[in-house]
Design a protein around this ligand. Structure first.
Ligand code: 5RP
Length: 239
Protein backbone atom coordinates (compact mmCIF):
# COMPACT_ATOMS: atom_id res chain seq x y z
CA UNK A 1 0.00 0.00 0.00
CA UNK A 2 2.72 2.51 1.07
CA UNK A 3 4.64 2.12 -2.20
CA UNK A 4 1.51 3.00 -4.17
CA UNK A 5 1.13 6.39 -2.47
CA UNK A 6 2.43 9.66 -3.90
CA UNK A 7 5.54 11.01 -2.10
CA UNK A 8 3.35 13.70 -0.48
CA UNK A 9 0.95 11.10 0.90
CA UNK A 10 3.84 8.88 2.01
CA UNK A 11 5.18 11.77 4.12
CA UNK A 12 1.75 12.44 5.64
CA UNK A 13 1.21 8.76 6.34
CA UNK A 14 4.59 8.40 8.10
CA UNK A 15 3.82 11.35 10.41
CA UNK A 16 0.25 10.19 11.06
CA UNK A 17 1.28 6.61 11.86
CA UNK A 18 3.88 7.78 14.38
CA UNK A 19 1.36 10.07 16.11
CA UNK A 20 -1.24 7.32 16.30
CA UNK A 21 1.33 5.04 18.00
CA UNK A 22 1.12 7.44 20.97
CA UNK A 23 -2.60 6.77 21.43
CA UNK A 24 -3.49 4.50 24.36
CA UNK A 25 -6.53 2.35 25.01
CA UNK A 26 -9.47 4.32 26.43
CA UNK A 27 -8.25 7.73 25.28
CA UNK A 28 -10.54 10.53 24.18
CA UNK A 29 -9.11 12.17 21.08
CA UNK A 30 -9.57 15.32 19.07
CA UNK A 31 -9.57 14.47 15.38
CA UNK A 32 -8.14 17.23 13.18
CA UNK A 33 -9.10 18.23 9.66
CA UNK A 34 -7.23 18.16 6.36
CA UNK A 35 -5.39 15.68 4.18
CA UNK A 36 -2.74 14.84 6.82
CA UNK A 37 -5.34 14.47 9.57
CA UNK A 38 -7.30 12.15 7.29
CA UNK A 39 -4.30 9.79 7.33
CA UNK A 40 -4.37 9.93 11.12
CA UNK A 41 -8.04 8.88 11.09
CA UNK A 42 -7.22 5.98 8.75
CA UNK A 43 -4.28 4.86 10.94
CA UNK A 44 -6.49 5.05 14.04
CA UNK A 45 -9.19 2.99 12.34
CA UNK A 46 -6.54 0.41 11.47
CA UNK A 47 -5.48 0.10 15.12
CA UNK A 48 -9.11 -0.13 16.23
CA UNK A 49 -9.66 -2.94 13.73
CA UNK A 50 -6.47 -4.92 14.26
CA UNK A 51 -5.79 -4.35 17.98
CA UNK A 52 -9.27 -3.73 19.35
CA UNK A 53 -8.11 -0.29 20.55
CA UNK A 54 -10.99 1.55 22.22
CA UNK A 55 -11.08 5.29 21.64
CA UNK A 56 -13.64 8.05 21.36
CA UNK A 57 -13.07 10.77 18.78
CA UNK A 58 -14.26 14.36 18.66
CA UNK A 59 -14.03 15.52 15.04
CA UNK A 60 -13.17 19.11 14.14
CA UNK A 61 -15.30 19.28 10.98
CA UNK A 62 -18.17 17.52 9.26
CA UNK A 63 -15.65 16.06 6.75
CA UNK A 64 -13.61 14.45 9.51
CA UNK A 65 -16.78 13.26 11.26
CA UNK A 66 -17.96 11.62 8.03
CA UNK A 67 -14.61 9.91 7.44
CA UNK A 68 -14.31 8.71 11.05
CA UNK A 69 -17.83 7.26 11.03
CA UNK A 70 -17.29 5.63 7.64
CA UNK A 71 -14.19 3.89 9.03
CA UNK A 72 -16.03 2.67 12.13
CA UNK A 73 -14.62 5.02 14.77
CA UNK A 74 -16.79 6.06 17.71
CA UNK A 75 -17.61 9.71 17.15
CA UNK A 76 -18.75 11.83 20.11
CA UNK A 77 -19.13 15.54 20.82
CA UNK A 78 -16.83 17.69 22.92
CA UNK A 79 -19.72 18.33 25.28
CA UNK A 80 -20.00 14.58 25.85
CA UNK A 81 -16.29 14.11 26.64
CA UNK A 82 -15.69 17.44 28.38
CA UNK A 83 -11.96 17.01 28.15
CA UNK A 84 -9.65 15.25 25.72
CA UNK A 85 -6.36 13.42 26.15
CA UNK A 86 -4.77 14.23 22.79
CA UNK A 87 -5.73 16.14 19.68
CA UNK A 88 -3.89 15.19 16.50
CA UNK A 89 -4.18 17.66 13.66
CA UNK A 90 -2.34 19.03 10.64
CA UNK A 91 -1.03 22.54 10.13
CA UNK A 92 -0.36 25.01 7.34
CA UNK A 93 2.81 26.41 8.96
CA UNK A 94 4.71 26.09 12.24
CA UNK A 95 7.72 27.96 13.62
CA UNK A 96 10.51 27.18 16.09
CA UNK A 97 8.29 27.74 19.17
CA UNK A 98 5.50 25.64 17.63
CA UNK A 99 3.18 28.56 16.92
CA UNK A 100 0.95 27.60 14.02
CA UNK A 101 -1.08 28.99 11.17
CA UNK A 102 -4.11 26.77 10.68
CA UNK A 103 -7.37 27.02 8.81
CA UNK A 104 -6.34 26.22 5.26
CA UNK A 105 -9.23 23.77 5.28
CA UNK A 106 -11.57 26.29 6.90
CA UNK A 107 -11.99 24.38 10.17
CA UNK A 108 -9.88 26.61 12.43
CA UNK A 109 -12.65 27.43 14.91
CA UNK A 110 -13.53 23.87 15.90
CA UNK A 111 -9.85 22.93 15.64
CA UNK A 112 -8.85 25.61 18.15
CA UNK A 113 -11.69 24.78 20.55
CA UNK A 114 -10.91 21.06 20.43
CA UNK A 115 -7.12 21.49 20.72
CA UNK A 116 -7.58 23.89 23.66
CA UNK A 117 -9.71 21.30 25.45
CA UNK A 118 -6.93 18.68 25.15
CA UNK A 119 -4.09 17.78 27.49
CA UNK A 120 -1.84 17.61 24.48
CA UNK A 121 -1.97 18.83 20.89
CA UNK A 122 0.17 16.89 18.44
CA UNK A 123 0.62 18.33 14.97
CA UNK A 124 1.52 16.08 12.06
CA UNK A 125 3.01 17.49 8.88
CA UNK A 126 5.61 17.17 6.18
CA UNK A 127 8.93 19.02 6.39
CA UNK A 128 7.75 21.89 4.14
CA UNK A 129 5.43 23.18 6.86
CA UNK A 130 8.40 24.28 9.04
CA UNK A 131 9.06 28.00 8.50
CA UNK A 132 11.48 30.46 10.11
CA UNK A 133 8.68 33.01 10.51
CA UNK A 134 4.91 32.58 10.17
CA UNK A 135 2.97 34.43 7.49
CA UNK A 136 3.82 33.15 4.05
CA UNK A 137 0.66 31.04 4.20
CA UNK A 138 -2.32 33.42 4.17
CA UNK A 139 -3.71 33.77 7.70
CA UNK A 140 -7.36 32.65 7.84
CA UNK A 141 -9.73 34.68 10.00
CA UNK A 142 -13.28 33.44 10.57
CA UNK A 143 -15.77 36.33 10.51
CA UNK A 144 -19.50 36.76 10.93
CA UNK A 145 -21.53 37.56 7.83
CA UNK A 146 -23.11 40.52 9.62
CA UNK A 147 -21.07 43.67 8.99
CA UNK A 148 -18.47 41.78 6.96
CA UNK A 149 -17.20 44.85 5.05
CA UNK A 150 -16.87 46.77 8.27
CA UNK A 151 -14.96 43.91 9.93
CA UNK A 152 -12.65 43.76 6.95
CA UNK A 153 -11.91 47.51 7.18
CA UNK A 154 -11.34 47.16 10.89
CA UNK A 155 -8.84 44.34 10.29
CA UNK A 156 -7.03 46.40 7.62
CA UNK A 157 -6.61 49.31 10.09
CA UNK A 158 -5.42 46.98 12.77
CA UNK A 159 -2.85 45.42 10.42
CA UNK A 160 -1.56 48.90 9.55
CA UNK A 161 -1.07 49.58 13.28
CA UNK A 162 1.05 46.41 13.41
CA UNK A 163 3.39 47.31 10.56
CA UNK A 164 1.36 45.38 7.99
CA UNK A 165 -0.27 48.19 6.00
CA UNK A 166 -1.67 47.52 2.53
CA UNK A 167 -1.70 43.73 2.78
CA UNK A 168 -4.31 41.94 0.65
CA UNK A 169 -7.37 40.61 2.46
CA UNK A 170 -9.32 38.17 0.32
CA UNK A 171 -12.64 36.44 0.82
CA UNK A 172 -12.23 32.64 0.86
CA UNK A 173 -14.19 31.27 -2.10
CA UNK A 174 -15.44 27.83 -3.04
CA UNK A 175 -16.10 27.65 -6.76
CA UNK A 176 -17.88 30.94 -7.43
CA UNK A 177 -19.42 31.53 -4.02
CA UNK A 178 -17.99 32.47 -0.63
CA UNK A 179 -16.81 29.51 1.43
CA UNK A 180 -19.08 28.92 4.43
CA UNK A 181 -17.65 27.30 7.57
CA UNK A 182 -19.32 24.55 9.58
CA UNK A 183 -20.63 27.33 11.87
CA UNK A 184 -22.13 29.30 8.98
CA UNK A 185 -19.45 32.01 9.00
CA UNK A 186 -17.02 33.28 6.34
CA UNK A 187 -13.24 33.29 6.08
CA UNK A 188 -11.01 36.23 5.24
CA UNK A 189 -7.48 35.27 4.21
CA UNK A 190 -4.84 37.81 5.23
CA UNK A 191 -1.88 37.80 2.82
CA UNK A 192 0.76 39.04 5.22
CA UNK A 193 3.99 37.42 3.88
CA UNK A 194 5.50 37.61 7.37
CA UNK A 195 4.10 38.16 10.86
CA UNK A 196 6.57 40.04 13.07
CA UNK A 197 4.70 39.36 16.36
CA UNK A 198 2.29 36.45 16.03
CA UNK A 199 1.18 36.29 19.71
CA UNK A 200 0.25 40.01 19.67
CA UNK A 201 -1.58 39.72 16.35
CA UNK A 202 -3.54 36.70 17.58
CA UNK A 203 -4.85 38.73 20.52
CA UNK A 204 -5.76 41.93 18.67
CA UNK A 205 -7.50 40.18 15.77
CA UNK A 206 -9.95 38.60 18.21
CA UNK A 207 -10.78 42.06 19.60
CA UNK A 208 -12.49 43.00 16.30
CA UNK A 209 -16.19 42.53 17.11
CA UNK A 210 -17.04 40.63 13.91
CA UNK A 211 -14.08 38.25 14.21
CA UNK A 212 -15.04 34.85 15.54
CA UNK A 213 -11.52 33.36 15.65
CA UNK A 214 -8.19 33.56 13.86
CA UNK A 215 -5.89 30.82 12.61
CA UNK A 216 -2.90 31.64 14.82
CA UNK A 217 -2.42 28.86 17.37
CA UNK A 218 -0.11 30.25 20.06
CA UNK A 219 1.08 28.07 22.95
CA UNK A 220 -1.44 25.39 22.01
CA UNK A 221 0.66 22.85 20.10
CA UNK A 222 2.91 20.71 22.29
CA UNK A 223 4.62 18.51 19.75
CA UNK A 224 5.13 18.43 15.99
CA UNK A 225 5.85 15.17 14.20
CA UNK A 226 7.27 15.57 10.70
CA UNK A 227 7.26 12.76 8.19
CA UNK A 228 9.14 12.32 4.93
CA UNK A 229 8.47 10.03 1.99
CA UNK A 230 11.67 8.06 2.73
CA UNK A 231 10.26 7.13 6.15
CA UNK A 232 12.29 9.72 8.09
CA UNK A 233 10.61 11.19 11.16
CA UNK A 234 11.56 14.32 13.09
CA UNK A 235 9.93 15.46 16.29
CA UNK A 236 9.84 18.97 17.76
CA UNK A 237 8.68 19.75 21.29
CA UNK A 238 7.45 23.18 22.41
CA UNK A 239 10.36 24.85 24.23
C1 5RP B 1 -7.79 22.76 8.29
C2 5RP B 1 -6.37 22.85 8.72
C3 5RP B 1 -5.45 21.80 8.22
O1 5RP B 1 -4.95 21.09 9.29
C4 5RP B 1 -4.35 22.45 7.46
O2 5RP B 1 -4.92 23.21 6.40
C5 5RP B 1 -3.37 21.43 6.88
O3 5RP B 1 -4.02 20.66 5.91
P1 5RP B 1 -3.25 19.54 5.09
O4 5RP B 1 -2.89 18.47 6.05
O5 5RP B 1 -4.25 19.10 4.06
O6 5RP B 1 -2.03 20.20 4.49
O7 5RP B 1 -5.97 23.70 9.46
O8 5RP B 1 -8.53 23.86 8.73
Amino acid sequence: MFADLSPADQAKYVAAKRAVELVEDGMKLGLGTGSTAAWMVRCLAERVKTEGLRIQGVPTSTRTADLARDLGLEVVTLDQTGHLDITIDGTDEFDSVLSLIKGGGGALLQEKIVASASDQMIVIADFDKHVPQLGKFPLPVEVLGFGLASSRDHIARLLADHGLAGRDITMRMQDDTPFVTDEGNFILDLHLEHIPDAPALAIVLNQVPGVVENGLFINICDRVILGASDGRIEEHLRP
